[in-house]
Design a protein around this ligand. Structure first.
Ligand code: MN
Length: 340
């Protein structure tokens, strides 16, 4: 079968690999039908994702159909359409015992630390398969994975009805978070450097927007929060100065959620955190959020259609990655298909 492997940074190859065989742990064989390309896949390709190891079959937004099951499998059956959990954890370490397997001491994320879904078949445990509702297409369903990341960040943020949320960044991550945050609170400020992204954020329910390239970020945040600063801030821009900016823009007793993978140092002084008794919380991957995302879809509260801008067959992955690098403004989510 064919797979997309990043051999080393900047070297993508379509390789021929053995079709996986079922064993005790990986006892469901999923035939892939759609796989989303994420910013982090692009980061692994370019060698900027610090977590990744090489060579790696990338891809963690994995949708397919169950092709084969082991004898003890009870929750899924052959023919079920499923999305596959990207997080694997050991179940016994300290974070796992605290029910935080997404930061397991032995965390292995599919497509990052272990091989992922840019291949024709993947074998996984049945507990990592989530059955898709009929109402969503395979291609749209790849958006469930970014949605789980968004749900995780809102959960880490402890987002509540009376919060004034500052969402920093209106790109792919920011717009996924906005979609979820919007269901929890009304007072949402979105900051970005692109007017068109800010317009989209407004249309998606942001109450206020700030173009940080044109307006004074801090002044505007204060203006839009009755002079006190945000009660909670989430960094969906993940740039070098995000943390410092959000520490400044968040008011007393607030929470600041980081999601970035940048290892560039930022000068942060303690007083910003101590004086306001801020809580700075990381949000990584997601912790059992697929079920929640699927519940929202079933309840008609989450519409993931309209996010896919382009599709490429798996065998043309290089073209897809080159197109992403072109930064064409029409790019939203790009999906690899398996109909080659
Ligand atoms: Mn992703």
């Amino acid at each position: 079968m064919k797979a997309v492997q990043i051999v080393k940074p900047e070297q993508l190859e379509i390789i021929e690999v053995e079709k996986p065989v079922l064993d005790e742990k990986n006892n469901v064989l999923v035939k892939m039908t759609a796989a989303g390309i994420c910013g982090s896949d692009v980061g692994i390709y370019h060698g900027t994702n610090a977590a990744a190891t090489y060579p790696r079959i990338i891809g963690h937004e994995m949708v397919g159909v169950v092709a084969e099951i082991g004898s003890d499998v009870t929750h899924v059956k052959v023919g079920d359409r499923v999305i596959v959990n990207q997080v694997t954890s050991c179940g016994t370490c300290y974070p796992c015992r605290k029910n935080r397997g997404n930061v397991c001491d032995h965390l292995a994320a599919r497509g990052v630390h272990i091989d992922g879904g840019f291949r024709e078949f993947i074998a996984v445990s049945e507990s990592d398969c989530y059955i898709l509702p009929d109402s969503i297409s395979d291609q749209d369903a790849v958006m469930i994975e970014p949605t789980t990341i968004a749900i995780q960040s809102c959960s880490r943020a402890g987002l509540e009805q009376d919060d004034m949320l500052l969402l920093y960044g209106a790109g792919a991550l920011g717009s996924s978070i906005l979609r979820i945050a919007r269901q929890m609170c009304d007072h949402i400020i979105v900051a970005d450097i692109m007017d068109d992204k800010l317009e989209e954020a407004k249309a998606a329910g942001a109450k206020y927007t700030i173009n940080t390239a044109k307006e004074s970020f801090l002044e505007k945040v204060l203006e839009y929060t009755h002079g006190r600063g945000a009660t909670v801030s989430i960094d969906a821009a993940c740039v070098k100065d995000s943390l410092l900016n959000l520490l400044k823009a968040t008011g007393n007793a607030g929470r600041v959620v980081t999601m970035g993978f940048s290892t560039a140092p930022t000068e942060v002084n303690q007083f910003l955190i101590t004086s306001k008794e801020l809580e700075v919380r990381g949000s990584r991957l997601q912790n059992k959020m697929f079920g929640k995302a699927i519940e929202l879809i079933k309840a008609g509260k989450l519409d993931l259609s309209g996010s896919i801008s382009h599709t490429y067959p798996l065998t043309k992955a290089q073209e897809a990655f080159d197109f992403i690098d072109s930064k064409d403004p029409s790019i939203r989510k790009i999906v690899l298909t398996f109909d080659f």
